[in-house]
Structures are given as C-alpha cells and as structure tokens.
Design a protein around this ligand. Structure first.
Ligand SMILES: [Zn+2]
Length: 468
C-alpha cells in the first residue's frame, strides 16, 4: 500500500512537509532551541533501541533520560563509519524491526568499504523539507518550477532509493512532470538533449558534471537550457569551475552540502555566499584530532547528528571526513542559522600536507583559478590536482584545443603560469608537474575528485606534529 494513504503516516508528514520550510523564518531563537532539544531527545531515545547505540551508551554509563537537550550532546560517545559498517545489518536498526518497511542505502565506497545504512519512507519524506526550504529561499516553487537532478540512480544509491520509494508515491504532492531525474553517467549528449526538452529552472549535480555540461553549452548545445539557478553538491566546487559554469549558463551556481548518511541537504549556500545549516534538521559539531570540540571560528572535523528520522540513527557521527569552520555570524540575507564559514573545505582524505608542516583542505588547494583568471582563458576543460608524494604534485589538465580565444595565451605559457603559482604557494621543496591529459578518469561511481592526495592523513599529521 502507498504509505501516504495511511492517515497515521500522511497527516504528520503533510504538516511537516508544509511547515518545515517556513520554520527558520517563523521561529524565535528560543523556540528553535526548544524545538531542537525536543527533536534531539527523541532521536536519542530511538537510538537506545538500536543495538550499536544501546551498547555504546551503556558502556559510557548514559541513559536517554540524562539528555535534556543539545547542550548535553557532549555526554554521548561518537559513532564512526567503521562502527556502522561492522554492525550492519542487525546492529544498526532497532532489534526486531520489520525489514519490509526499510530500505538500504549505500555510499559509493570511495575510501575503502562501502557503508550501508537503513532508511524508511517517513525519513525520506521528512528529508525533502530542507530541499523545499531552499526552493523557497531561491524564489523557486516546489510545484511549478522545473527541477532537473543529475545524480546517481544505481541500485541502493540514495538518489535511486528515493526515486523508487518516494517520488513515485508523492505524486499527490508533487507533479512528476516538473521533476527530471538523470543519471550523471549517461552519455553527456543524451543528458543535454533531455535537459533541452525539459527546460529546467533548477539543475542540481556534481561539479564535474556541471563543468562538462557548461563546456557543451559554450559550444552552442542545449539552447533551451537556461536555468535560473544551478546547485552543485557532493564534491568541492572550486572558483574556476564555478565561474566557468556561471558564465556558460548565465546564472548563479550555489553549493549544497549533503551526504548519504544525512539523507538530505545539511547546509546550502544563500545568494550572499553564506553556507546556512538546516539546524532544525541537523546539528553539526567541529572537533580536533583528539575529538575535542574546537571553538567557534576554528577549523575542525565535522561531526553530524540527524535530528529526525528512523532507520539507522545518525548521532555524533564522525564518518563524513569533511573540514568545517562553524560560525554564528549574522548573514545579510536575514536568515538566522549557524553557518559553515568558508564553506565545506573538502574531504580529510584528500587533504594536501606539505613538507613544511602546512595542511590544505582540498578546496583551499585549487590555486589554478588565479592563474586562469590572470591569463583570462577558458581553455582548461577539466583539471585534477594529485599529490603523489609529500614533495611531488601533479597538475593534470584537459585542454580544449578547438577553443578560439581572441588573445589567449599559448598552452606552454599556461603551464608555466600554473607551475609558478603553485611554486609560490607550496615552496621550492615540492616538485610540481603540469601535464596535459586526454581525460580525467573517475572511479567508485562518482565523477572525478578535483584534489586527490596519496599522502595518508596519518603520515601528514605525523609531519605536522614534528614541526610544532
Ligand atoms: Zn544568507
């Protein structure tokens, strides 16, 4: 049966569906704190019925009744990705749970073993809330605007699970004519033709896919693809790619921060460039290498708590591996939420460590934009920065040789400039190889990362500690 036809499910869902987007504007700070505390108590109580969490909380001497609100979050133990992997399947869902109503979603396993967790219909529908709110803020309409999402719809992939189990059932709420779901791994010309017929108001995809689309748009393909806005997620969007895509489509490109574990957008970039956290749906903490909280305004490893939903609870989860700097500064757009200063700075596994003890999160290591901006060229179709060893970095470029630029630089001049920019940043002790390649290969069912590091974070930290 369609769960929406059951009033026990559909009434609370409908209330949530329509009230969630407005909550940030409507609630005072005090009311929001109360709301978050209550949601947090509820997820902790639920987690206590899940063997992994139950065991951890017992071992730490914590009972849900000790938790009065978010301020007590520090009493709870952390949960790592390994914890979830080791305890799958029976340890990460309430004991005796009927598995008919739940679905498995998996990550692509880019760093080792893929992670699988459980979700259910209620959780997936609630998770549409942050997205509805974003549409509202971006002046788009959830029923009238045409939304194209280019993602990964494979078996057990979050996009695919939502498509099969939620979007097919919420036609009562949503007109399916206004949503187009495409696979990022389909041939690009096919994607362009479908987008051209659909004429989207909003496109959501990965930076590498957007860059690819922008390249063809600049070549004159997809005349009817003129969105009002583009959202980029799942990977760090660097300044060069952002500018390139904005130029090609003539609209803003804004970041969204989501993850499979979150099942939704955790944060989004507003028109003012602030990354607002959907803090009625999620709580973020930033901690250091010893798992001690860092002060507001300081960079740390992200720790995620999902304040809603069933299936596998996500409480004080450390497995997302992103660097964040949390802030409570006001934003000119008027939204009052905590935010991520400078945006999400990339995966810890792709952090670049230098021999002098400096560390660069991947997003802060894309200096290539400044070289390309200075030379005023668009000839780089795609690029990737690969740290081979602590003192050797490859910069791979895919060059568009067909591009006719009025006063463009030569390829050699471009290579020299990029090398110079990087040498200035990293120091003379690091070898920089700028290379032209035919294509940048992807693996793990995700478009290629912009920064890849083969230096293990452990090795990097060892070096940093030696220097301090
Ligand atoms: Zn804002």
């Amino acid at each position: 049966m369609n769960p929406l036809l059951n009033p026990m499910t559909s009434i609370p869902l409908a209330i949530n569906f329509f009230s969630a987007p407005k909550r940030l504007h409507r609630f005072s700070r005090e009311k929001m704190e109360k709301y978050r505390d209550k949601a947090f108590r509820r997820v902790v109580e639920y987690a206590y019925t899940v063997p992994l969490y139950h065991k951890k909380y017992k071992a730490a001497g914590i009972h849900p009744s000790d938790i009065r609100g978010i301020r007590d979050i520090g009493k709870l133990p952390f949960v790592s990705k390994e914890d979830l992997i080791k305890n799958f399947p029976d340890g990460i869902i309430p004991a005796g749970c009927n598995k008919d109503g739940v679905h498995v979603v998996s990550t692509s396993g880019s760093s080792g073993k893929p992670l699988s967790i459980y979700t259910d219909f209620y959780t997936m529908v609630t998770a549409i809330g942050p997205f509805m709110r974003e549409l509202n803020i971006f002046n788009l309409h959830w029923r009238k605007s045409k939304i194209a999402h280019i993602g990964n719809f494979g078996q057990n992939k979050i996009d695919g699970v939502v498509k099969r189990n939620v979007l097919s059932r919420v036609k009562l709420l949503y007109s399916s004519n206004n949503v187009l779901l495409l696979n990022a791994f389909d041939p690009i010309k096919e994607i362009i033709n479908k987008l051209d017929d659909f004429k989207p108001d909003l496109i959501t995809s990965y930076p590498a896919t957007l860059q690819h689309l922008a390249y063809f748009k600049k070549k004159g393909f997809g005349k009817n693809i003129n969105p009002q806005l583009i959202n980029s997620g799942a990977e760090v969007l660097d300044e060069y790619t952002k500018r390139y895509v904005e130029e090609a489509f003539g609209c803003r490109v804004l970041n969204v921060y989501s993850s499979v574990e979150a099942g939704s957008d955790i944060a989004f970039e507003c028109f003012e460039g602030t990354w607002h956290i959907h803090h009625d749906f999620f709580n973020l903490e930033a901690v250091d290498d010893e798992f001690e909280p860092v002060a507001l305004g300081e960079k740390g490893h992200v720790v995620l708590t999902r304040l809603f939903g069933r299936g596998t609870p996500i409480i004080r989860y450390t497995g997302m591996e992103d660097w964040v700097t949390l802030s409570e500064e006001d934003c000119n757009c008027g939204l009052k939420t905590p935010s991520i200063k400078y945006g999400v700075e990339g995966r810890i596994s792709s952090t670049v460590f230098l021999p002098d003890g400096r560390l660069f999160p991947s997003a802060s290591f894309v200096f290539i934009s400044s070289a390309l901006n200075e030379l005023k060229t668009n000839m780089v179709k795609q690029f990737q920065i690969v740290q081979r060893k602590i003192d050797e970095i490859d910069i791979l470029l895919v060059i568009d040789h067909n591009l006719k630029e009025e006063k463009g630089p030569s390829v050699d001049a471009l290579f020299e400039k990029i090398k110079e920019v990087y040498h200035k940043k990293v120091g003379a002790g690091v070898k920089i190889n700028v290379k032209e390649v035919e294509e940048i290969k992807s693996s793990y069912g995700k478009p290629p990362a912009i920064v890849v590091s083969h230096v293990h974070p452990k090795e990097g930290y060892r070096l940093i500690n030696q220097k301090i």
